[in-house]
Design a protein around this ligand. Structure first.
Ligand SMILES: CCCCCCCCCC/C=C\CCCCCC(=O)SCCNC(=O)CCNC(=O)[C@H](O)C(C)(C)COP(=O)(O)OP(=O)(O)OC[C@H]1O[C@@H](n2cnc3c(N)ncnc32)[C@H](O)[C@@H]1OP(=O)(O)O
Ligand SMILES: Cc1cc2nc3c(=O)[nH]c(=O)nc-3n(C[C@H](O)[C@H](O)[C@H](O)COP(=O)(O)OP(=O)(O)OC[C@H]3O[C@@H](n4cnc5c(N)ncnc54)[C@H](O)[C@@H]3O)c2cc1C
Length: 663
């Protein structure tokens, strides 16, 4: 039967070259080809089916994840996929699994913190999956405060070993993904104790389970920490608990790039900053920023397609009702999220560049950009994950009642995504790191020239007193006007915090007292980074009919939406007047009208398969109602007309009510 495209009329309205936009979204023609090929490969293979996840018990769900991970590995090996292709395949399989931590943290930790010899020994085993690793840092008592970790690694010079030990209940490792049931090895973070002295936290490679029968090695107690938020969702992951009882490991299993312990029991610090012990977190935060656009664009694709299908009210002379996407309120909630998805895509790309740059500099012993890289990864991870988690929930609401069905894909997407606001650094804790960086920058003005993303502070005198030159709504389309407003707001908020801090005798006390304001200043700085990188992106040549124009509209929506949402900041710092705020809002409304005919094409440009979207509401052809109707009958509750439990619990109740009525 021929498939009817219920969204064809929407697609026909678009004013730009969607195929060219697909390449911009993917990053390059090569990235598009790869993504397109691998996503179709996964979608067409029944071994990767995922529509039954929310209905499985935890045990069945987990076993199914193990099966899929093994099947994915077999596919990678059989098809001789490259590292890049394999990573894409795991992405499109779209199921959190121990492999995320193996490839995403265990391998990078060895690469970043291991010596050349350690890398030569461990990486080949990890690449072939002959060992499976996890990243065991967080403990029951401490997650954010890494310096507060309690696990110890005490050097025993007699045997040339470290003794890894959990001295208290709160020192139990708690949360590491893959640890609960699968990992054979961990990078365990522990306090390094040499000659009775505590040298702070370092990583150690510790074998946890037998490579023969998977049983825990002597001295290791390990298990899963239990069910987490949502059905299916992150419960495919075996987040684990782990206790060490005087577990001995050879000295050469301490990751020794940053500091070393010699055979004689001497502690030595390399010529690199100690903060490189935190390097794996910087790497993962960068990947989380890149992932944010994937999760948000997925939710936005579902909500946009469904908003074009769904009709409610407004029928004229018996004609069709209004598509809900045509309501201005729907547009003002949906289109900023669409714009954010694109903004996050580009900031993710830029952050990847920054990370590569800092890594190359570190290799050449240039540590000058490390503080900025830390501030950018921490701040952008916080900003993009918060906005994405909130955005997915908003998309669920934009889909009305049907958004609450698991078959919309949105509840599971939210449940899987929302811990990103916590893992890899709680978002508030990370913004406080940005605030520290900002306060340090302000305190050093005139001594040290701010560069990179904080370079705008060189013009602080101008930014403290400049006046917004906008006179008409269209003036807000001028990138310089937008940029200056965002720079002035960020600079003024940081300087105000620094001035308030100077009133405290004890700076730490002041920092704690003013921390809520400092977080707001950090948000302003990070929003400025995203806005400025979006604007920079548009200064490049972008091929394809109408593509650049669409991106300009999205960039303006993203920026003016932030200005509107945070107008309290802009007004209270005197960067704009109420008149400017009102003009910005007028411009925003007009931009929504410009994006409306292109909305469906802009989400088609993500090039997501129906398999990956996992949503009836977001399916490409928009044939929502028959699919929803059919899916309902697939629910196990509908296996029988009369439910299990009727005779036990419903019938006696009904009978009793009849007797009561007769009395
Ligand atoms: C529907 C299905 C979809 C399926 C999709 C599947 C996708 C699945 C995707 C899964 C992805 C990931 C899986 C999840 C992984 C999660 C893994 C984890 O969570 S691992 C644990 C992470 N833990 C944390 O992030 C802890 C956070 N805490 C810290 O980072 C630190 O403790 C701190 C930075 C908050 C404080 O450290 P401290 O040493 O106390 O620092 P100070 O504040 O005193 O700072 C000292 C100095 O150091 C600088 N600094 C701090 N950190 C860094 C760093 N990382 N790099 C460089 N420099 C750093 C700091 O700025 C200070 O500098 P000064 O110049 O001295 O001011
Ligand atoms: C799904 C998931 C997967 C995870 N995977 C791993 C893993 O693979 N490996 C691993 O090692 N860890 C993992 N973690 C742990 C994770 O990294 C920590 O939970 C995270 O770093 C937050 O730390 P916490 O739990 O100690 O939060 P807490 O720090 O206890 O946060 C509690 C509250 O206190 C606030 N707070 C804390 N400190 C401050 C402060 N200084 N100032 C102001 N407010 C503050 C926070 O904002 C938050 O509101 C995972 C966690 C989750 C949820």
């Amino acid at each position: 039967m021929e498939r009817v495209d219920h969204l064809a009329h929407e697609r026909n309205k678009s004013e730009f070259d969607v195929d060219a936009m697909k390449i911009v979204w993917a990053g390059s023609p090569h990235a598009f080809e790869l993504s397109d090929r691998i996503s179709k490969l996964v979608a067409s293979d029944p071994g990767f089916r995922k529509d039954n996840r929310t209905m499985l018990s935890r045990k069945d769900l987990f076993k199914n994840t193990l099966r899929k991970a093994a099947y994915a590995w077999k596919t990678i090996v059989d098809l001789h996929l490259s590292e890049e292709e394999a990573a894409k395949l795991r992405f499109y399989v779209d199921e959190p699994a121990y492999t995320d931590l193996h490839w995403g943290m265990f391998v990078p930790a060895i690469k970043g913190q291991g010596t050349d010899e350690q890398q030569q020994k461990w990486l080949p085993l990890a690449y072939k999956m002959q060992i499976i690793g996890c990243y065991a840092q967080t403990e029951l008592g401490h997650g954010s405060n890494v310096q507060g970790l309690e696990t110890t690694a005490t050097f025993d010079p007699q045997t040339d070993e470290f003794i890894i030990h959990s001295p208290t209940l709160t020192s139990s490792k708690w949360w590491p993904g893959g640890l609960g049931k699968v990992a054979t090895h961990a990078i365990a973070y522990a306090r390094l104790i040499v000659g009775g002295r505590d040298y702070g936290v370092n990583g150690f490679i510790v074998q946890l389970r037998s490579l023969e029968d998977h049983s825990p090695l002597p001295g290791i107690t390990v298990g899963d920490i239990g069910m987490k938020f949502g059905n299916g969702a992150y419960n495919t992951m075996d987040n684990g608990v782990l206790q060490f009882d005087h577990v001995r490991i050879p000295r050469d299993q301490m990751l020794m790039r940053v500091s070393q312990v010699t055979r004689e029991g001497k502690y030595k610090q390399s010529d690199v900053p100690r903060q490189l012990v935190y390097g794996t977190m910087v790497y993962v935060r960068q990947t989380i920023v890149a992932d944010a656009s994937c999760a948000l664009s997925r939710a936005v694709c579902i909500a946009t397609r469904y908003s074009a299908v769904r009709r409610q009210f407004g029928s004229q002379n018996g004609g069709p009702e209004t598509q809900v996407i045509d309501y201005k309120t729907q547009q003002s909630r949906l289109f900023p999220l669409l714009a954010s998805a694109y903004a996050f895509r580009f900031i993710g790309e830029w952050l990847k560049w920054l990370y590569t740059d800092v890594t190359q500099r570190l290799q050449a012993n240039d540590f000058s950009t490390l503080p900025e890289a830390h501030a950018c990864t921490a701040g952008l991870k916080s900003l993009t994950t918060t906005a994405t988690a909130d955005g997915i929930e908003e998309c669920r609401k934009l889909c009305g009642g049907h958004g609450y069905l698991c078959s919309s894909g949105l509840p599971e997407l939210f449940a899987v995504y929302v811990p990103a606001c916590t893992y890899e650094g709680d978002n508030t804790v990370l913004l406080l790191q940005v605030a520290r960086f900002l306060m340090k920058t302000v305190s050093q003005l005139g001594v040290k020239k701010p560069v990179g993303t904080i370079g705008y502070m060189t013009r602080v005198d101008h930014l403290m007193q400049c006046r917004c030159g906008v006179q008409r709504a269209e003036d807000w389309l001028n990138p310089s006007a937008l940029l200056e407003a965002f720079e002035a707001r960020a600079a003024r908020m940081s300087v105000a915090c620094a001035q308030n801090l100077s009133n405290f005798d004890n700076p730490e006390e002041g920092f704690a007292e003013l921390s809520a304001d400092l977080v707001e200043a950090a948000v302003a700085h990070c929003q400025l980074i995203i806005v400025s990188k979006f604007i920079e992106k548009l200064q490049q040549e972008i091929p394809g009919k109408g593509v650049k124009q669409q991106l300009e509209v999205l960039c303006n929506i993203y920026t003016l939406f932030l200005l509107h949402k945070h107008q309290g900041d802009f007004l209270s710092t005197g960067c704009i007047t109420p008149k400017h705020a009102s003009l910005a809002n007028d411009q925003l409304r007009s931009l929504y009208s410009q994006v409306r005919p292109n909305a469906i094409a802009l989400v088609d440009a993500f090039n997501y398969t129906d398999h990956f979207l996992g949503s009836i509401l977001g399916c490409y052809d928009g044939n929502v109602y028959p699919k929803l109707y059919e899916a309902a009958w697939e629910d196990p509750l509908n296996d029988s007309v009369v439910p299990d439990g009727y005779h036990q619990y419903i019938r006696p109740l009904l009978k009793q009510q009849i007797r009561t009525a007769r009395l």
